[in-house]
Design a protein around this ligand. Structure first.
Ligand code: DGL
Length: 279
């Protein structure tokens, strides 16, 4: 377990008081359809442990991946508007689905707000596995969207890219069922074809999936290389915050993480804390 992460999660932060401080000292909002985005949040905390983060999981409206693009765009805009009201200094959309539905339009609507999105890590998977078979696991919406097709077109000469919509998988993570017999059974059905005709690499194109990485690896075998976009997104967020002159000056402090959820049951909030510190 990471010590910095355990310290951070126990802290509380006064969001109203924060607004009176200079913008540099405001928190960064990290948003997902549920608890999955915590796989990106934990990389952001490691990248910038001195910053404060507000993680908002929209578990009540999850899953996003089986909704229409307009529905997801509408919900995402509503949440970003709320973050603005709360006075955050930057927003990270830690959801591949919401990124493909809304990030471009959000940047047009809020030109002064640093906004970072996440996309499936197709680039490193293809460049590091030339001529090999690369399976991309993502939500049905991410795979349907133009953004993903453009990404695939860029790398399709380099490797054989196989997109796989995985409706139903994120629910296991939301229910705290990563590592369970049920999720293994589900994955065996979903991935049977690739158990028979192996792939060389797997891209986790949904931020919930890193929490079932061990299950995927157990089904497909330890030789398969797994890629996700969390670290790259954390680095990109850091770069943007610096470029906007919004980085905190005191790098010796340990920041706070506040969890908010649209379905804030005790079990859900405990799951958020557990996922943040889980290795
Ligand atoms: N975590 C989300 C993603 O990265 C979506 C899961 C869902 O709501 O379907 O795509």
């Amino acid at each position: 377990m990471n010590d910095t992460l355990t310290q951070i999660v126990r802290e509380e932060v006064d969001l109203e008081g924060v607004k009176k401080r200079p913008l540099k000292e405001h928190p960064i909002a990290v948003f997902d359809s549920g608890v999955g985005g915590i796989s990106v949040l934990r990389e952001m905390v490691k990248e910038m442990p001195w910053e404060d983060f507000l993680f908002y999981g929209d578990s009540k409206n999850a899953p996003y991946g089986t909704k229409t693009r307009d529905e997801v765009r509408e919900i995402t805009f509503r949440h970003v508007e709320e973050f603005r009201r709360e006075g955050v200094k930057a927003v990270a959309i830690a959801c591949n689905t919401a990124t493909s539905a809304a990030v471009r339009a959000l940047r047009i609507e809020y030109p002064d707000l640093p906004i970072v999105g996440i996309e499936p890590a197709v680039k490193p998977a293809c460049t590091e596995n030339p001529g090999k078979r690369v399976l991309v696991m993502a939500t049905p919406m991410t795979i349907r969207e133009e953004k993903f097709h453009k990404l695939m077109d860029r790398y399709r000469d380099m490797a054989e890219i196989i997109p796989l919509p995985c409706a139903g998988l994120m629910e296991f993570v939301e229910k705290g069922k990563a590592g369970s017999k049920e999720v293994r059974e589900f994955l065996k059905q979903l991935l049977w074809e690739y158990m028979e005709h192996p792939v060389d690499a797997v891209v986790l194109g949904c931020t919930h999936y890193p929490f079932v990485q061990k299950d995927i690896q157990a089904v497909l075998g330890s030789q398969v290389k797994i890629y996700d976009g969390a670290k790259g997104t954390a680095r990109e967020l850091h770069r943007r915050i610096k470029a906007a002159g919004l980085e905190r000056e005191n790098k010796n402090r340990i920041g706070h993480v506040v969890f908010q959820n649209s379905a804030p049951t005790k079990t859900k909030m405990a799951l958020c804390e557990k996922l943040l510190v889980q290795e």
